[in-house]
Design a protein. Structure first.
Length: 152
């Protein structure tokens, strides 16, 4: 995606649908994560630094880092799916490139290829310091599947 479309907002309907789904995620609430951008094929999630999301050395835990990356990619794909469908992760691979430090992490999921059934996303996680300095701490790739919304 070019720079112009990286910050383009999704339609109000898509934003509402993605935010409502995100708000139902117990893990994201437990971690204290929040969505900061919902655009067509692109979602940003911020995870503030708190003792509950760190490991024994004080870095963000790899599980927390991976969880927000997976979720950002999932919702990036979901922005392109029809309203009567849902998204599930089929697989993802993440490379932890550096100890995850900072005031917060920002996970960005970006759709690389949207298909009828499977969608592939790029995942990036950056550690953001209080002064705004940014460092790439993880990257990966993910495959998601579009499924019909279950009957309620």
């Amino acid at each position: 995606m070019d720079d112009r479309t990286q910050h383009e907002p999704a339609s109000p309907e898509a934003q509402k649908r993605i935010q409502a789904s995100f708000d139902r995620q117990g893990l994201m609430a437990h971690l204290g994560a929040r969505i900061t951008h919902i655009g067509p094929g692109r979602v940003h999630i911020v995870l503030p630094s708190r003792p509950e999301v760190t490991q024994q050395h004080g870095y963000f835990h790899a599980g927390a880092t991976s969880a927000v990356a997976d979720t950002a990619g999932g919702y990036a794909a979901y922005t392109l799916f029809p309203e009567d469908t849902e998204v599930l992760t089929v697989e993802y691979k993440i490379n932890l490139l550096a100890p995850a430090t900072g005031d917060h992490l920002e996970a960005v999921g970006t759709v690389l290829k949207a298909g009828r059934t499977l969608t592939v996303c790029q995942l990036e996680v950056v550690g953001v310091q209080e002064d705004g300095a940014r460092k790439l701490v993880a990257n990966g790739q993910q495959t998601l599947i579009r499924v019909n919304r279950p009957e309620q």
